[in-house]
Ligand binder design. Structure first.
Ligand SMILES: [Zn+2]
Length: 937
C-alpha cells in the first residue's frame, strides 16, 4: 500500500528545493500564464474552491509538459464586506457565525480574535497557502500577495488603476439606482448576498390613474401598450394605502410606498384601504383618457411594482387569462357585486402587429401553450417571454395607437415614456428583478444614491470594445459566450465604493473605499512584478512606475528591478487562461474584460477564460446546514493524489462536479494497483520479437495519447482521466491476460512510461515516485508530454483484438449449443481468400447504393457466382453482420496462431487452425472474414 502522505511530503520538498515552479522569463520558450481568481479570506478553502483551482493546476502542469514556460501565481483577497461582516457578527455573538467558526474547528478563545478584521487577513492567507501546497499545486509562491492597504504596494497599484480609469472617463459620480442593504447602509453586491445573486434593478413606469381626488398608481414594464388598456386589477385580499406624494394622493401597496421613500420622494402614509373597496369603481387612464373598470385579481402581488396592475389583454398573457377567468362564470362578479354584463363586454384591443403571433398575441400564445387559468404560472411565464420577445423587438404599433401608429415598438416605448413623464402622467420607479437577501439577513431594496462613485460599465463605447475583446477570446466551453455577450449588454454603472470595510481608499475622495469586485479586475498584471516591487522603496512606488512598466509610458524611473519588472510584464502578459466557477461570468469575469480593454493595448487583452460548474458533495450543493461541508484540508487527509483525481472525475464542462467517498476509495485502490503493476512489470524480460498483440498495444497507447491530449486541450479533464488513466489501465490488464503474463519488454515499458506521463498532471506525487523507482533521475513534472504517432494508430490493429474476442465468444456459444462439456478438440477454419475480396467490395459499394440487384452484380466473384449472389443478398438485408474491419486470410491466421496458448488455456483443450480451402470438412466452407468456422468434437 502506498503511504500517500509520505510520498507527497517527499516530492513537495524536492520540487521546492529544485524551485521547479518558480517561473522565470525565458525568451527561448513560449509562455503560458494561468490564473485562479484570488479567493476571499473569510474562511478555509473548501473543496468547491479546490475544484476550480484544480482546473488551473491541471492545465498548468499539462502545459509545462507540453514545453511551455508556465506561470501559475496565487494571491489572497482581503478586500471588502465579507470579512468585515463576519467580524462584526462575531462581535455581536451572532449564533450562525459562531457556529460557522465552530465548524471550522475554532475554539471559543480563538473565535474571539476573529472579531478583529485584521486577524482574518493575517490568519487565512497562511492557511490557504498551506492547503494549496499540501495539495501539490504547482504555484510560484514568490509572487503571493494580499490586497487592501495592509499591503501598501498593492494599494498603490489599485490607486493607479483607478486614476487611469477616471482619466478615461470611466469613473463617474451620480444619481443611480442600486441594490441596497438598509441595515448595513451600503450597496448590496453579489458576493454580499446569501440569496439573489445576479438579481438587479429594473426600471418600471408608474402610471397615474385619476379616481376621484386621488390617483391609483400602477407600475408597468411596457408603457407603450397603454393604447390596449381595458381595465385595472387590484387584489381583493390586499390592504392598500393612501399616501401623500409631493402634492398628490396616491393609492398603492404599502411595500411600494416604502420603496418609493428610498427613491427621492417625500412619502407620507395617510390611511389604509382594503382592496375590495376599490372594486367596481372607475379610474381614468392617462393620455388615452379612457374610463377603466377596477376588477379583482389574485395575481397582483403587493411586493411587486405597486400591487396594482393595468390590464392589456391583447399583449399581456396574465391580463388575458385574468379576464378570461373572470368572464368564464359570474361567481366572482357576484361575490364582489360587480356588473357581470359590463365585464362580459370587455374585449382585448389589438395594438401591435408582431409577425406570426397575429393581432392578439397574448391570446394566441396562451392557446398554443394550453394555459388553463391564471394559476398556471409556469406556462404563463413562458407565454410572457414569447410575447415580449416578439412584440418588443419585432413589433410595429398599429392604427389604434394614434400618432405612434406604424412605429417600431422599441422606439415608440422611449417616446411614450418621455411624453407621459413630461406631462406628469407617469414617473420612473425601480424595483428588483427578484428577491435579494444580504449576508446580514436583511432583505435588499432599491435605493437611488447620489454621491456614490460608479465604474461606468454602461458606457456604449466601452461595451463595444468589451465585445471586441470577447470575440477574440477562447472560451471553455464555447457555449458560455452568449452569457458573456448578455452581461456586457446589460451591465449598468457599477457602484464601486463603500464607506466601510477593508481595501484601498479612492485616491481623490478618501471617504470611500474601493469595493472588492472593483479592485480585482486588473491585478493579474501585478503578479508579473509582485516579487520584484518589494525591493523598491515604498516612496518610489508611484503612478509613473506603473505607467512605465505596464503602459510603456513616461520616463524610466530609477528604482531597483525596473528592467526586470518591465521584462516580466512584457513576457508574461496577456493571461492565457483564467478559470473560475460559472457564477463569476455575470460580474468578475466580465469586469476583467472591461478593465483590460480600457487600460491595456489589444496585445494584452485576455486570451482565454474557462468556467466550471459547482462542486457538489454526495450529489448536493455544499452547505453547512446539510452537514456536507468539506474543507480541503480534510479531503487531503485521504491523500492529495486520490483527492485530486476524485475531484476531477466528479464532472466537467458546466455540469456540477460531485465528490463522494466511494469514489475516493475506488480511486485509492486503482492507484495502489497501478503502483504495484508498474513495480512488478516494468523490468520484465519477455519475447524478443513484437507479436500482433504487442502492435495492438502500441496502437492502443497512441490512440489513448491522442484522446487524452484532445480532452486536455479542451479542459475536459474528466474525459482525459477516463482515457489516460482508467481505460489505459484496462488495456494493460487485458494485454497481460492475452499474453499470458509474457509481455514484450520495450512495448510494455513504453506503455508504462506513457501512462505515468498522462497521469502526472493529476497525481504528480505518485508519478514522481514511480518515475524515480524506474531509475529516472529527472522530474516527470517537467518531462515531455507524449505525442501520438498517427502511423501507429491503425484501424486494422485496433480490430485484431475484437477479432479474437469475437472468436472466443463464438466458440463459447457453439459449446453451449452443442452441450459438449469437455471437448476433445476444437478446429478453427480461416475463411477462403476470395471471400475477403468479396466482403471488401460489398462494403465499399454499400456506401454508394442500396439497390440489391445492382449491388449483387458488382460483387460477383468469378468461379463463385452462386455463392456470392446468395451471400450478398443475405448481407445486404443484414449489413450489421458485416465485420467492421476486413483483414485478410494471412493476418487472421497469424493472429489465431499467436493466440493459441491463450485459446488453449481458455477452453482447456487442443486447438487447430486450418485454412478453409485446405480442408475437406463441410464446416470449413462456412468460414467468413472476421468469423472463422468452428468445429468441435
Ligand atoms: Zn446587510
Amino acid at each position: 500500500m502506498i503511504d500517500f502522505k509520505a510520498v507527497e511530503k517527499k516530492w513537495q520538498k524536492n520540487w521546492q528545493e529544485a524551485r521547479l515552479f518558480e517561473a522565470e522569463v525565458d525568451q527561448t520558450k513560449p509562455k503560458f500564464f494561468v490564473t485562479f481568481p484570488y479567493p476571499y479570506m473569510n474562511g478555509y478553502s473548501h473543496i468547491g474552491h479546490f475544484y476550480s483551482a484544480m482546473r488551473v493546476e491541471i492545465l498548468a502542469r499539462y502545459k509545462r509538459m507540453r514545453g511551455f514556460n508556465v506561470l501559475f501565481p496565487q494571491a489572497w483577497h482581503c478586500t471588502g464586506s465579507p470579512i468585515l461582516a463576519a467580524a462584526q457578527r462575531i462581535k455581536e455573538q451572532e449564533p450562525k457565525q459562531l457556529q460557522i467558526m465552530k465548524d471550522m474547528g475554532f475554539t471559543e478563545e480563538e473565535t474571539k480574535k476573529f472579531s478583529e478584521p485584521t486577524h482574518w487577513i493575517e490568519f487565512f492567507p497562511r492557511e490557504w497557502k498551506k492547503d494549496f501546497q499540501e495539495a501539490g499545486m504547482s504555484i510560484d509562491f514568490r509572487r503571493e500577495f494580499i490586497t487592501t492597504n495592509i499591503n501598501p504596494y498593492y494599494d498603490k497599484f489599485i490607486q493607479w488603476q483607478f486614476r487611469r480609469l477616471k482619466e478615461l472617463g470611466y469613473i463617474i459620480q451620480g444619481k443611480f439606482p442600486v441594490v441596497w442593504c438598509p441595515k448595513d447602509n451600503t450597496p448590496l453586491q453579489d458576493h454580499s448576498r446569501i440569496e439573489g445573486e445576479g438579481e438587479t434593478t429594473q426600471e418600471f413606469t408608474l402610471l397615474k390613474f385619476k379616481t376621484g381626488p386621488d390617483y391609483l398608481v400602477a407600475a408597468t414594464l411596457r408603457p407603450e401598450t397603454i393604447f390596449g388598456q381595458t381595465n385595472l386589477w387590484v387584489n381583493p385580499d390586499v390592504t392598500y394605502v393612501k399616501a401623500g406624494v409631493n402634492n398628490e394622493t396616491w393609492i398603492l401597496s404599502e411595500a411600494a410606498a416604502l420603496k418609493l421613500k428610498e427613491q427621492e420622494r417625500n412619502i407620507n402614509i395617510l390611511t389604509t384601504l382594503p382592496g375590495t373597496s376599490l372594486l367596481g369603481k372607475y379610474a381614468i387612464a392617462p393620455f388615452i383618457n379612457k374610463q377603466l373598470l377596477i376588477l379583482p385579481s389574485s395575481f397582483c402581488d403587493p411586493d411587486k411594482g405597486t400591487g396594482i396592475v393595468t390590464s392589456v389583454p391583447s399583449d399581456a398573457p396574465d391580463d388575458w387569462i385574468g379576464l378570461y377567468d373572470l368572464q368564464k362564470d359570474d361567481s366572482l362578479a357576484k361575490k364582489y357585486t360587480l356588473d357581470y354584463k359590463e365585464i362580459l363586454e370587455l374585449k382585448p384591443v389589438p395594438i401591435i402587429t408582431s409577425q406570426d403571433l397575429g393581432e392578439l398575441p397574448a391570446e394566441h400564445v396562451c392557446k398554443i401553450l394550453g394555459v388553463r387559468n391564471q394559476h398556471d404560472r409556469e406556462k404563463l411565464e413562458e407565454a410572457k417571454h414569447i410575447v415580449y420577445k416578439k412584440g418588443y423587438y419585432l413589433g410595429i404599433m398599429n392604427n389604434h395607437c394614434g400618432k405612434y401608429a406604424n412605429m417600431p415598438v422599441e422606439r415608440a416605448r422611449d417616446l411614450i415614456i418621455q411624453e407621459l413623464t413630461s406631462q406628469g402622467h407617469a414617473e420612473t420607479f425601480y424595483d428588483l428583478t427578484g428577491r435579494v437577501i444580504c449576508r446580514c439577513l436583511t432583505a435588499g431594496t432599491v435605493k437611488i444614491v447620489t454621491d456614490q462613485w460608479f465604474i461606468d460599465y454602461g458606457n456604449h463605447h466601452w461595451k463595444k470594445q468589451a465585445h471586441e475583446a470577447l470575440k477574440r477570446l477562447t472560451l471553455y466551453p464555447e457555449k458560455v459566450r452568449q452569457q458573456f455577450e448578455h452581461t456586457i449588454d446589460w451591465l449598468k454603472p457599477w457602484a464601486c465604493t463603500r464607506e466601510e470595510g477593508t481595501g484601498t481608499r479612492l485616491p481623490w475622495d478618501a471617504k470611500w473605499l474601493i469595493e472588492s469586485l472593483s479592485d480585482s479586475t486588473l491585478y493579474m498584471a501585478y503578479y508579473t512584478i509582485s516579487h520584484w516591487i518589494k525591493d523598491v522603496p515604498l516612496e518610489d512606488v508611484n503612478d509613473n512606475l506603473f505607467d512605465y512598466v505596464f503602459l510603456s509610458r513616461g520616463k524610466k524611473p530609477t528604482v531597483p528591478n525596473i528592467d526586470a519588472m518591465r521584462d516580466e510584464f512584457e513576457y508574461w502578459y496577456p493571461v492565457d487562461l483564467r478559470n473560475s466557477g460559472k457564477d463569476l461570468v455575470q460580474n468578475h469575469l466580465t469586469f476583467y474584460l472591461f478593465n483590460h480593454v480600457a487600460l491595456f493595448p489589444e496585445k494584452y487583452w485576455p486570451r482565454g477564460i474557462s468556467v466550471n460548474g459547482w462542486g457538489t458533495v454526495n450529489g448536493q450543493k455544499m452547505a453547512k446546514s446539510l452537514g456536507n461541508f468539506l474543507l480541503l484540508r480534510d479531503a487531503l487527509k485521504l491523500g492529495a493524489d486520490p483527492a485530486r483525481i476524485t475531484r476531477m472525475t466528479g464532472g466537467e464542462g458546466l455540469d456540477d462536479a460531485n465528490w463522494d467517498y466511494e469514489t475516493i476509495e475506488a480511486v485509492t485502490t486503482r492507484l495502489n494497483q497501478f503502483s504495484s503493476f508498474v513495480e512488478e512489470w516494468y523490468a520484465f524480460k519477455g519475447p524478443e520479437e513484437q507479436r500482433t498483440i504487442d502492435l495492438w498495444l502500441e496502437a492502443q497507447i497512441h490512440t489513448l495519447i491522442k484522446e487524452t491530449t484532445t480532452a486536455m486541450e479542451q479542459t475536459l479533464f474528466r474525459t482525459a482521466l477516463q482515457h489516460g488513466f482508467f481505460t489505459f489501465q484496462n488495456v494493460l490488464k487485458h494485454y497481460l491476460k492475452r499474453t499470458k503474463n509474457n509481455p514484450h519488454k520495450k512495448t510494455l515499458q513504453k506503455a508504462i512510461e506513457t501512462q505515468l506521463s498522462l497521469l502526472a498532471p493529476f497525481a504528480p506525487h505518485l508519478c514522481e515516485e514511480l518515475w524515480n523507482k524506474l531509475g529516472k533521475d529527472t522530474f516527470i513534472s517537467t518531462e515531455a508530454w507524449p505525442t501520438p504517432e498517427e502511423t501507429k494508430i491503425n484501424q486494422e490493429l485496433n480490430y485484431t483484438e475484437e477479432f479474437i474476442t469475437t472468436a472466443v465468444e463464438d466458440i463459447t456459444s457453439v459449446l453451449n449449443l452443442s452441450k459438449i462439456e469437455q471437448p476433445e478438440k476444437i478446429t478453427l477454419f480461416v475463411s477462403a481468400p476470395w471471400k475477403y475480396t468479396f466482403i471488401k467490395t460489398l462494403k465499399k459499394n454499400l456506401e454508394k447504393t442500396r439497390n440489391q440487384t445492382e449491388l449483387i452484380k458488382t460483387c460477383i466473384i468469378p468461379g463463385h457466382e452462386k455463392e456470392t449472389a446468395s451471400l450478398a443478398s443475405t448481407l445486404i438485408k443484414n449489413p450489421e453482420k458485416l465485420p467492421s474491419v476486413v483483414l485478410d486470410e494471412e493476418m487472421e491466421e497469424r493472429i489465431l496462431r499467436e493466440s493459441l496458448s491463450y485459446l488453449k488455456a481458455a477452453f482447456e483443450t487442443e486447438i487447430t487452425i486450418l485454412k478453409a480451402e485446405e480442408s475437406t470438412e463441410k464446416k470449413a466452407s462456412q468460414a467468413m472474414p472476421g468469423k472463422p468456422a468452428i468445429l468441435i468434437v
